[in-house]
Design a protein around this ligand. Structure first.
Ligand code: ADP
Ligand code: MN
Ligand code: MN
Ligand code: MN
Length: 337
């Protein structure tokens, strides 16, 4: 029997931007614990805006386990928050997903790395060279000195955790980066994204670096941060067709406000019609169009309107549970033909 360090990770009750919380429990287990080996737990909800002081206990129901390569015998335990009676807590967006395991999601998470409140690589005063060469760039002048070390370590931690991590790239603004997480099923994909966010924030602690998830941390001619959400259902991949696609887009247009409501706070600052975005009060789609609300890959059209499409509106601070939930909800309104 070995002692495993179980890091229970959950999402708190702050609104509009919840925080990740975690605490450790040591448990003896014969081998690497599976989900069934991991017990329910609880926490003080009055410290996380999830309960009043008088009856403050909230429950943690484990929903997924991942190896934690940063710790010996470490386990990352993602948990849903339940009320004391066992029902889903109001802060538990995961529980709202009407999931479809055949719906595939790919999240492109953008973010800034900040030191002393400034993006990594920014001079102490003023601004660096305007954006242009930073996207996918190489060299100290473009990337700075610790950013790549951090993103590389993060990639390894994600892979060692077994996440379906698909890649990384330096982004358009200086100090801005992206990673991509894929998953089958809305819950599964969003679970992995939250774990990847947790690993990045924890990794940055000893560097004295903060992860800035806000969608528009820099004023002026600097890109904001999105979380483009790529998705496909079995029907989209295997049957598709122009008629179905147009009906799907009509449903997305009709539910524009409902989508924007869960696509992350302050999105009006980012969805301006500039910097590869469509403005927040418009809806359109376009083949290969990075200025559209929804980008349709050209292969989608040439394959008979089959495959995945990219909703470019969700932002970097959005909750992937709410985003996946809303996308699935809108898809479910469109009859298959
Ligand atoms: P971009 O050109 O927009 O920067 P990326 O390569 O960063 O594209 O991201 C593409 C995303 O699309 C990846 O997260 C990938 O997992 C996702 N993806 C690829 N195929 C599918 C599919 N069939 N269904 C859903 N998502 C998909
Ligand atoms: Mn990308
Ligand atoms: Mn990007
Ligand atoms: Mn994209």
């Amino acid at each position: 029997m070995a002692k495993y360090k179980l890091e229970y990770i959950w999402i708190d009750g702050y609104d509009p931007v919840p925080n990740l919380r975690s605490k450790t429990r040591v448990v003896e287990c014969a081998g690497f614990p599976s989900l069934a080996d991991v017990p329910m737990w609880g926490f003080d909800g009055s410290s996380t805006r999830q309960a009043e002081g008088k009856s403050s206990n909230c429950l943690l129901r484990p929903v997924a386990v991942y190896p934690d390569a940063a710790r010996e015998n470490g386990v990352l335990v993602l948990a849903e928050v339940l009320s004391p009676d066992g029902s889903p807590h109001f802060s538990n967006a995961r529980a709202t997903i009407q999931d479809d395991p055949e719906a595939w999601f790919g999240f492109e998470q953008e973010y800034f790395l900040l030191k002393d409140g400034r993006p990594l690589g920014f001079p102490r005063d003023g601004y660096p060279e305007p954006q242009g060469k930073y996207y996918a760039g190489v060299g100290h002048a473009l990337v700075g000195d610790i950013a790549r070390e951090i993103v590389e370590e993060h990639l390894d931690l994600c892979l060692e955790a077994g996440l379906e991590h698909e890649g990384i790239n330096a982004e358009v603004a200086k100090g801005q980066w992206e990673f991509q997480i894929f998953g089958k099923g809305g819950k599964n994909a969003a679970d992995q994204l939250w774990i990847a966010r947790y690993l990045l924030m924890r990794l940055c602690e000893p560097y004295g670096v903060d992860v800035e998830w806000h969608c528009k941390p820099l004023q002026g001619d600097w890109n904001g941060s999105g979380m483009h959400t790529n998705f496909s259902t079995r029907h989209m991949r295997e049957t598709g067709g122009r008629e179905y696609f147009e009906a799907l887009m009509a449903a997305f247009e009709k539910n524009r406000n409902e989508h924007i409501a869960v696509y992350g706070p302050d999105n009006h600052l980012r969805l301006t019609g500039l910097h590869e975005t469509q403005s927040i009060d418009k809806f359109n789609y376009g083949v290969g169009n990075r200025g559209a609300s929804i980008r349709v890959p050209s292969a989608f059209v040439s394959d008979g309107y089959r495959g995945y499409i990219e909703d470019r509106r969700p932002n970097s601070q959005g909750d992937p549970y709410k985003i996946a939930s809303r996308i699935l909800q809108t898809i479910a309104t469109v009859p298959l033909r």
